[in-house]
Structure formats: structure tokens, C-alpha cells
Design a protein around this ligand. Structure first.
Ligand code: GUN
Length: 297
């Protein structure tokens, strides 16, 4: 079997077109332009690329897009002061503080200071609680798992009854919310992590595999049940030397070429989960703008 390549980039483009059209209608009919504020602290090169892509996509969707770039050594009080301003700014419907933060800043205090109604990352405990309780109508769902679910639905339809899903990684950003979303669609879930014994044999039971651990090319073909759908959330930068020349490239947590021999569909890296994550951020921001005007999300 040669697996289908799930084209997250093309799907993200399509969805972004729909978001752009709905944004134009919201502006025309209600005079509201969705506003997204992205806060980046320090010089982490990967974060800078992600933030630049988010800003570009927001502008392409017709949003009001602002970026706050803060010095690596900014004080926690100054970060909280900026978030307070953004919480009170009617032109801003979504606030995102790019992670990871420098060590001296407290991630929990900062993410929990964003108003739940502007928390388009879905990291606030109010949004996490609503997601866990299955109350997604007025919750913001974290963007990466939200994008993964749409790609899995394209392969399996909206109901995953009878399917086993194995999530590799138990992070708050991906693994835990992914489990809630898969469970809501009636999949049977196993969340694995660094203390799981015999991980390959656990993954071999899965009809749906979501890999989010940050270990380059870890998941191999002999871990995969024939016909499984494999979603690769990993974005790892690796150095490879070919003919004496060392080059840096991106790779996922899944050995793509190997796994394609067994799975039915696999997301590539790059071009799979990453673009969908950014588009789901736009979707959450549009939704926040609509909800702020009393319109259905
Ligand atoms: N860093 C890596 N992924 C994310 C994300 O989804 N949101 C934020 N705020 N930071 C991240």
C-alpha cells in the first residue's frame, strides 16, 4: 500500500478563503473587522517564523493584525500590563502569546491572564474545562488538535465509532485536547508518553495515530496497523550531511516514506499539520469577533 499524502497546505488555503469571505461579510454587515494580537518575547528563531506566518495569514484573511515584539528580558509585570491593555481593546478579538517563553516568565500566569473570550489558543482553564466537558459551542479549541481533527474527518467521516486512536505525547497544547476531541467523536483513546512501555505494540493497535513528541522520524512502518490514518504533529529541525555538505531540514515525528508503505493516509512535514494550525487560529479569531457582536460562532 502507498498511503495518500494528506495535503494540509491545500486544505488550509481552502479554509482560509472561506474565512476571508466571511470576514468581508462581517465587516460589510456589522462593521466588525476581526482583530488578532500576537505577542512574541525574545529571539527564538522558530517562534519568529511561526509568528510571521500567523501575521501574514491574518492579513490575507482581511483581519486587523498586530504584533508586539518584547525584549527577551521583559518583566512579567510588563507582559501582564500589555495583556491587560489587549484584553480591554475592543479592536482585538484574539490574543496569542507565542510559546515557549523565556525561563524567568511564568507561562501559567501569563496564559491565564488572557480573557477566556479572547483566548484563541484555547489555553485558558475555562476553555480547557469547556472542551473537556464537551461544551465546545462557546469554547476555543486549541488550534493544532482542531486542525488535526478536520484532516482525520476527511479520511474517516465525522464519527470515529469503533476506531482505536493512539496519541503519542501528553502535552497540554496537543495530546490532552486531542484526546478530548477524539473521544467526542466516539473513538477509543490511548494517550501514551515517555513512561509507556512497549510503545510500538501500543501504536500497532491504532486506526488513528497522532504523533506529537518532538522526536525526529521516531514512528516506523512496523509500528503501524495496515490502513491506519497517521497525523504527524512533530516539527523537528535536523542536520543532514550529503556529499560533505551539511544542510538543515524539517522533519516530523513520523518516518514518512517508511510509514507510507503501511498506512492509508499520512500528513507530511512540512505541509501537513502546520498550515492547518495557523488557519484554525484564524477560524477562532473570526469566531471570537462574531461572538463579541452577539452573532453565532
Ligand atoms: N508554540 C507552539 N505551538 C504554539 C501554539 O499553538 N500557540 C502558542 N501560543 N505558542 C505555540
Amino acid at each position: 500500500m502507498t498511503a495518500k499524502r494528506i495535503d494540509g497546505k491545500a486544505k488550509a488555503e481552502q479554509l482560509a478563503e472561506a474565512i476571508k469571505a466571511q470576514t468581508a461579510v462581517l465587516l460589510k454587515d456589522h462593521g466588525i473587522r476581526p482583530g488578532l494580537a500576537v505577542v512574541i518575547i525574545g529571539e527564538d528563531p522558530a517562534s519568529q517564523i511561526y509568528v510571521r506566518n500567523k501575521k501574514r495569514r491574518a492579513e490575507a484573511c482581511g483581519f486587523h493584525s498586530v504584533q508586539h515584539t518584547l525584549d527577551e528580558n521583559v518583566s512579567q509585570a510588563d507582559v501582564l500590563g500589555l495583556i491587560d491593555e489587549l484584553n480591554n481593546d475592543d479592536a482585538i478579538h484574539g490574543i496569542l502569546v507565542q510559546l515557549p517563553l523565556p525561563d524567568h516568565l511564568d507561562e501559567q500566569t501569563i496564559t491565564q491572564s488572557i480573557l477566556p473570550s479572547k483566548d484563541v489558543d484555547g489555553f485558558h482553564f475555562v476553555n480547557i474545562g469547556k472542551l473537556t466537558a464537551g461544551h465546545t459551542q462557546d469554547a476555543f479549541v486549541p488550534c493544532t488538535p482542531a486542525g488535526c481533527i478536520l484532516m482525520i474527518e476527511d479520511e474517516l467521516g465525522p464519527d470515529f465509532s469503533g476506531k482505536n486512536a493512539v496519541i503519542i505525547g501528553r502535552s497540554n497544547i496537543v495530546g490532552k485536547p486531542m484526546a478530548s476531541l477524539l473521544m467526542q467523536r466516539n473513538a477509543t483513546i490511548t494517550v501514551t508518553h515517555s513512561r509507556t512501555s512497549d510503545l510500538p505494540s501500543v501504536v500497532r493497535n491504532a486506526d488513528i495515530v497522532v504523533a506529537a513528541v518532538g522526536r525526529p522520524d521516531m514512528v516506523k512502518a512496523d509500528w503501524i496497523k495496515p490502513g491506519a490514518v497517521v497525523i504527524d504533529v512533530g516539527i523537528n529541525r535536523v542536520e543532514k550531511t550529503i556529499d560533505g555538505e551539511t544542510k538543515s531540514r524539517l522533519t516530523g515525528d513520523v518516518d514518512y516514506d517508511d510509514v507510507c508503505r503501511v498506512a492509508s493516509a499520512v500528513t507530511p512535514v512540512p505541509g501537513g499539520v502546520g498550515p492547518m494550525t495557523i488557519t484554525m487560529l484564524m477560524s477562532n479569531t473570526l469566531r471570537s469577533a462574531r461572538l463579541s457582536a452577539g452573532l453565532p460562532g
